[in-house]
Ligand binder design. Structure first.
Ligand SMILES: [Ca+2]
Ligand SMILES: [Ca+2]
Ligand SMILES: [Ca+2]
Ligand SMILES: [Ca+2]
Length: 312
């Protein structure tokens, strides 16, 4: 399989520039959609799971903190959660044992506003230590700077003892899982749909091209109007999650969907991407193409491959 993929990538690079087709024009005008942060507690129900930041335990903060609370534990764990694209994009996190050393980690401080001061009252949460089998996340709202704007941003924090060959000593590791989507409405064809943009790679930016599963962000359209965004091919419903990419294929037409880094504005413009043809051997079932100039759509590629086979 690996061999086929390698061969295919070589073939694609030769063939794509030579066989060009053009998509059909769409009469829809350019739309600029203002997006709002979705406030409900659990977005995985709407969007499915994304990736998370794995937060490695540190003995000291990896940035200078101007103010810290009076901790109760002699053994603190610090973490550096990175969100947004400001020069300082580290929101320092610390876990503490509020009843004293050895009584168990139950309090987390986080520099919500990234002013490098940890407020002992307003940046403090109770949490329950999990295990590698079962984490007990708490949802926390940060202020993240992205593309020069400050945005509200939810993430889910969980912490648990962890050890492996590279991380000996059973220290407390933590995860910061994306829990933010921005939602709005847009028109495709003659109908209005609920749309969303999700930071599925958990970096506080909403315009990362998806170069593989969870390696980027995702755009959603609630095509069936049920309020959720189905993204699993196991259901018979239409695919409602689209890799954030240069072009997006929605309801049979191509669009350029471009989000601002902060996710608060999405511009949707009818597009006419250039198409190429991928030639494969008949026994190749699927083709994955990745590029820094992404126009891939698996359904389209499968269609192209089948149509090409008919011509062989
Ligand atoms: Ca910082
Ligand atoms: Ca602060
Ligand atoms: Ca992102
Ligand atoms: Ca839906």
């Amino acid at each position: 399989m690996q061999k086929y993929k390698f061969i295919l990538i070589l073939i694609c690079s030769v063939i794509l520039p030579t066989e060009l087709l053009f998509g059909q024009a769409d009469s829809t005008e350019k739309q600029t959609v203002t997006m709002e942060l979705y406030e409900a507690s659990d977005i995985t129900d709407m969007t499915g799971f994304g990736n998370c930041q794995w937060l490695y335990p540190l003995d000291e903060p990896n940035e200078t903190l101007l103010e810290q609370p009076e901790y109760k534990s002699d053994k603190l764990y610090y973490y550096a959660a990175k969100y947004g694209d400001a020069e300082d994009n580290i929101h320092t996190i610390v876990i503490d044992e509020i009843r004293g050393t050895g009584t168990g980690y139950n309090t987390v401080y986080i520099d919500l506003d990234n002013d490098n001061r940890i407020d002992p009252n307003n940046e403090k949460y109770s949490f329950q230590l999990g295990t590698t089998r079962k984490t007990i996340p708490i949802r926390i709202k940060l202020t993240v700077t992205a593309g020069g704007k400050k945005i509200p941003y939810y993430f889910s924090f969980s912490a648990f003892p962890y050890t492996d060959e590279k991380n000996p000593g059973n220290k407390i590791h933590a995860n910061a899982r994306n829990s933010s989507i921005f939602v709005g409405t847009a028109v495709f064809g003659n109908r209005q749909y609920k749309i969303a943009i999700a930071d599925l790679n958990s970096n506080g930016l909403f315009n990362d091209v998806e170069k593989g599963i969870f390696r980027g962000d995702r755009f959603f359209v609630d095509l069936d109007g049920d309020g959720k965004f189905k993204h699993s091919s196991r259901t018979s419903k239409p695919e409602e999650g689209f890799p954030y990419s240069k072009y997006t294929h929605i309801e049979g037409k191509w669009y350029s969907v471009q989000a601002t880094p902060d996710g608060t504005t999405i511009q949707i413009v009818p597009a006419q991407p250039q198409f190429g043809t991928v030639i494969t051997q008949k026994n190749v079932e699927t083709v994955d193409l990745y590029s820094d100039i992404p126009i891939t759509n698996p359904a389209l590629l499968r269609g192209l491959r089948r149509s090409h086979h008919r011509n062989l």
